[in-house]
Write a protein that binds this ligand. Structure first.
Ligand code: ATP
Ligand SMILES: CCCCCCCCCCCCC/C=C/[C@@H](O)[C@H](CO)NC(C)=O
Ligand code: CA
Length: 568
């Protein structure tokens, strides 16, 4: 249908005020008109952000009520407000009840608006498969879904098949084996672990159907056709925070309803000739591996277990010997140190789409896995580093979360086909504390497109390196070579503290320093230490749009003169 066919204009009343309402193809605007026919304030809502249109005077929350009047219709739409911090925007459900002069006109408005919203947001889901983890986070998944999300899905005409999980990996197995015909997307209600199940199920299913072998890191994996929605109800909710900007079930539900689409890079992790897992947020050895291993003992603490374990692990003052090899990405694409951020509509990610899906541009395809584990197969390209590390982390995105608002790599991109490798060399305990403090502090903030820090940038420390990687390998083992620490980390000879393998404050919290750590892969401990990773650009799509710039919120409401895009 042409946009001109959707155009409609008439007087409408909200309460006793008269408005001139106009539906163009893309926007629905209503402007108050005073008694002298002068325009006053305008409210403008993009049609793509209209959630639903109901005949009569309808309310949804706290309970649904319908007054079936002849000349009225109610429009529900996305309304934005600041989240309190400057990071991301909260979305709530806006609602306006309109009255028309006749029933015929009312029916015309309802029909035109419904047609327009379908035309302008083609990815809106009709049918969703929803998995609820009843035990995630504070164990409120069921309540969050039924009280906050289900009424919105119903309003938007989405039918959902809900499965409350009874065991770990049920959602993954369902996606791998059961009939998924008719579903537009899969929604998980839970935390990063639940998201990871959906990720594994959908990627696995897609490769099975395409006849591709996931174990082979040289294979170009097939992007998943189904979208993933995340209703946050977990402990860290990092994937939700880093792709939406807030941890808020209503905001996430609204992104799902309007069919937002955010591609996401995924890292496949291999050991020997097998796929071990996929990762999007954190593949971390050393500190983050130890924090996860320690935190498993304190599950009963809920989300606080990470802070408690973080403190315990910090006090144990561990570092580990190992070797990391990586293939650097093209520095012209972007840099993890450029202090920009990946926001909604990011141009770096958009430009990457073409590059990623043209087959010729991926030299990583020719890797030989067996060789990779022992030496570099692309001389001159692969970089190898060896030494003692506090932590080695790889992330495909910023991995910001409430515990680390800037994230592990604040300037990383969600969908540029690269990952950031952060090497924190062994250093004095106070130096490492500074790094942890900088990257977990809530005081640092983003300003329009650039990151400014009051405390100092987390990568501006002499023992921290950050690299931008296309594909890379990591092998971590105990090499016993401690000299590298002095050579690369601080440029000075190692101190006694650094040389010793005895933990700092030993006896207060642990008795013997372990020789090796474990890999934390998005909150799961990996069984292998020697791993090979490959970044698969834009392998999955989320019902999200990246982080909207919180500083662009207009301070406008229905009382102000101009209000665009439903900002409040
Ligand atoms: N019914 C269930 N019983 C037990 N475990 C489950 C169930 N459903 C899902 N799980 C598992 O629980 C783990 C944690 O779930 P989730 O991510 O939702 O919560 P969380 O508190 O954020 O945990 P984490 O921070 O460890 O990821 C997931 O890895 C998932 O596989
Ligand atoms: C001295 C105290 C230090 C406290 C450290 C607290 C931990 C900070 C968490 C930042 C993690 C950001 C990356 C997210 C990773 C998720 O994939 C994963 C699963 O939810 N979360 C964790 C904590 O491993
Ligand atoms: Ca990326």
């Amino acid at each position: 249908m042409e946009d001109t066919d959707l155009r409609l204009e008439s007087s409408l009343w909200v309460g006793n005020k008269r408005y001139r309402a106009v539906l163009t193809g893309w926007h629905f605007n209503w402007t108050e008109v005073d008694k002298k026919n002068r325009d006053k304030k305008t409210i403008s809502v993009p049609v793509a952000e209209v959630v639903g249109v109901e005949k009569g005077r309808v309310e949804i929350l706290p309970q649904k009520s319908v007054e079936d009047t002849d000349k009225d219709f109610t429009v529900f739409y996305v309304k934005r407000s600041s989240s309190g911090s400057s990071y991301g925007l909260l979305w709530t459900l806006g609602r306006t009840q309109f009255s028309c002069l006749s029933r015929v006109l009312r029916d015309q408005w309802a029909k035109h608006l419904r047609t327009a919203l379908k035309t302008h947001s083609p990815l809106r889901p009709n049918k969703l498969l929803v998995f609820i983890n009843p035990f995630g986070g504070k164990k409120k998944g069921r309540k969050i879904y039924h009280s906050l999300v289900a009424p919105l899905f119903e309003l938007a005409g989405i039918s959902s098949h809900v499965i409350v999980t009874e065991r770990a990996n049920q959602a993954r197995d369902h996606l791998l084996k059961k009939d998924l015909t008719g579903f537009d997307g899969v929604v998980c209600v839970g935390g990063d672990g639940m998201f990871s199940e959906i990720l594994h199920g959908l990627i696995g299913r897609t490769q099975q159907e395409a006849g591709l072998c996931e174990n082979d890191p040289t294979v170009m994996l097939q992007p998943c056709p189904l979208h993933i929605g995340i209703i946050p109800a977990g402990s860290t909710d990092c994937v939700c925070y880093a792709t939406v900007g807030v941890i808020n079930p209503v905001t996430s539900a609204l992104h799902i309803i309007i069919g937002d689409s955010q591609p996401l890079d995924v890292c496949s992790v291999h050991h020997a000739t097998a796929l071990v897992r996929y990762s999007v947020s954190l593949l971390g050895y050393g500190f983050y591996g130890d924090v996860l291993a320690e935190s498993e003992k304190y599950r009963w603490m809920g989300p606080l277990r990470y802070d408690f374990s973080g403190t315990m692990v910090y006090l144990s003052n561990r570092s580990y010997a190992g070797t990391v090899q990586y293939l650097p990405a093209d520095p012209l694409l972007s840099s993890p140190r450029d202090r920009t951020r990946c926001l909604s509509g990011c141009s770096v990610c958009s430009r990457s789409t073409e590059r990623l899906f043209s087959n010729s541009s991926d030299p990583g395809i020719s890797l030989n896995v067996a060789s990779c584990l022992s030496f570099c197969v692309c001389p001159g390209e692969w970089v190898s580093v060896e030494g003692r590390f506090r932590c080695v982390s790889l992330t495909c995105m910023s991995s910001s979360c409430p515990k680390s608002p800037l994230g592990l790599s604040p300037s990383a991109h969600l969908a540029d086909g690269t990952g950031d490798l952060i090497l924190v060399w062994d250093t004095h305990p106070l130096g490492f504390l500074k790094f942890l403090y900088r990257h977990t502090s809530t005081q640092d903030r983003y300003e329009h497109f650039h990151i400014t820090t009051k405390l100092g940038w987390q990568f501006d420390l002499p023992f921290v390196e950050v690299h931008h990687d296309r594909d890379y390998i990591e092998t971590v083992s105990r090499s016993g070579s401690q000299q590298h620490l002095a050579e690369r980390g601080t440029g000075q000879e190692m101190t006694n503290d650094q040389k010793t393998t005895t933990p700092f404050l030993c006896g207060l919290c642990c008795s013997k320093a372990p020789a090796v750590s474990v890999w934390n892969c998005d909150g799961e401990i990996l069984p292998s230490r020697e791993i090979l990773c490959r970044i698969h650009g834009q392998l999955v799509r989320l019902y999200a749009r990246g982080i909207e710039d919180g500083t662009a919120v207009h301070n406008c409401s229905e009382e102000n003169d101009k209000c665009e895009r439903g900002y409040t």
